[in-house]
Design a protein around this ligand. Structure first.
Ligand code: NAD
Length: 428
């Protein structure tokens, strides 16, 4: 997002075009699926704590809802652009389709830096976002969820505003809510766990045992933390993590050769996934430049921060030992870098498959909220495992059968499913 020449929507379209060619997709389906069906752009006035009113730019993009109500996060980020939101909405369509849940793809965002908002200002921004789109989203239309720098509390404020506007209880309007107020057990863990469930299957494919592997992770937020937790429980060792340092306005990597200790690092991490530099040093972590995470001598790389992180500039610094890239983040790899990963025979579990655990569990939350009946955590996680495993196996089987890399195989499955739904509805 920081690089102005980088346009994630063009990347999402290029990925789509490649597979549309492979599938020989008709012109009408291409024209429909290359663009979002609807977009809302709006201004959100917020009275700040100093008494002045500030206007924030907000978005909601609905890419395609042929398979069901739209589903997708709301990202609060200072470098948010409509191109990022469009790309994320499109990837959401493919993500829901690849795990075969009956939902379409959406995404929203606000250009803001939550680091600089007080809790009251953050609340007003959440409520203001809902006020602008309250008629265009809803349990049967489009269901938002958290993304970068939004979380359970933001979702609850948004739900409260939606229910106030519509005069009723609609817990299925939004997911990622706190447990006990319409949230699902396991939602917090779901994306990171989902990444590692697909990683577990990839390790089996490569006949590797988790306990004999090491991993390096970019990001130390929601996705990264739970991915690390499950991978370590499987016996794996994480030697390096990286995160954004708000004070220095740049990223750092933190390394411990014998393996990071998750609990101790969590103890010195802020709610935005930023690690306290000085305390990390006291705990014996080496502080390295931000991009060092990618250069580590490990079997597994997990980009779990933001998009546009594995590029032509750094893809060749990936070590010889790396066998798997499990994309926790959305859009971390550019198409040029992806081609290099393929040539090097590095098994890449594409973002919209690897991180689909979040939306899968959000779907479970939506189902529970609409029923007003909530499942135990074990039940949620077992269902999550079943969905992620079968999606991975389906993609891997197609990739072997048609000699495609995992990303193209996942796209073939998703685009076919969505295009079929559009045809079945008589749209094309
Ligand atoms: P988060 O805000 O909880 O954490 C983001 C982490 O990335 C933080 O540790 C931050 O310091 C770090 N970071 C930011 N910029 C960085 C940089 N340049 N270099 C290194 N680290 C950097 O976000 P999250 O929810 O963990 O999401 C991470 C990624 O996963 C995003 O791409 C998001 O779209 C994707 N994703 C999230 C979910 C979910 O359920 N949370 C679901 C699907 C996909």
């Amino acid at each position: 997002m920081a690089d102005k020449s980088y346009n994630p929507f063009e990347i999402a379209q290029a990925q789509f075009d490649r597979v549309a060619d492979l599938l020989n997709l008709d012109k009408a389906s291409r024209d429909l699926l290359r663009y979002p069906m609807r977009e809302y752009h709006f201004s959100i006035p917020v009275r700040m704590d100093d008494g002045k009113v500030r206007i924030f730019r907000g978005f909601r993009v609905q890419h395609n809802d042929a398979r069901g109500p739209g589903k997708g996060g709301i990202r609060f980020h200072p470098m948010e652009t409509i191109f990022t939101v469009r790309a994320l909405a499109m990837w959401m369509t493919w993500k829901c389709a690849v795990v075969d849940i009956p939902l379409g793809g959406s995404e929203g965002g606000v250009v803001c830096d939550p680091h600089n908002l007080s809790p009251r200002e953050h609340e007003q921004l959440c409520r203001g976002w809902v006020r602008q789109v309250a008629r265009n989203v809803g349990p049967h239309l489009d269901v938002p969820a958290p993304d970068v720098m939004t979380g359970p509390q933001s979702m609850l404020w948004m739900l409260d505003e939606f229910e106030t506007i519509h005069g009723g209880k609609y817990p299925g309007f939004i997911t990622g809510k706190p447990v006990g107020v319409g949230g699902s057990q396991g939602r917090r863990e779901a994306t990171g766990y989902g990444v590692v469930i697909t990683l577990r299957e990839a390790l089996k494919d490569l006949k590797l045992k988790a306990e004999q592997t090491q991993a390096s992770v970019q990001g130390f937020g929601n996705v990264a933390q739970y991915a690390i937790e499950l991978y370590q429980r499987m016996g794996g060792t994480v030697t390096c993590v990286s995160c954004w340092d708000q004070a220095d306005q740049k990223a750092y990597s933190y390394r411990k050769e014998q393996g990071i200790r998750l609990e101790e690092l969590l103890g010195i991490t802020d709610p935005f996934g930023g690690i306290d530099q000085a305390r990390a040093r006291d705990l014996g972590y080496e502080r390295l430049p931000g991009e060092a995470w990618i250069e580590q001598d490990v079997e597994i790389l997990i980009p779990a921060a933001i998009e546009n992180q594995i590029t032509v500039e750094n893809v060749n610094s990936i070590g010889r030992r790396v066998r798997i890239v499990a994309e926790g983040a959305n859009g971390p790899t550019t198409p040029e870098a992806d081609a290099v990963l393929s040539q090097r025979d590095i098994l890449t579990i594409p973002d919209f498959l690897a991180n689909a655990g979040g939306v899968t569990c959000s779907y479970f939350e939506q189902v529970q909220s609409n029923m007003n009946y909530y499942w135990e955590k074990d039940e949620v996680l077992a269902k999550l495992d079943a969905k992620m495993t079968s999606a991975y196996i389906e993609v891997r089987e197609l990739s072997r059968k048609n000699k495609l890399n995992m990303r193209d195989a996942a796209y073939v499955i998703s685009i076919n499913r969505v295009a079929q739904a559009c045809r079945d509805r008589g749209w094309v």
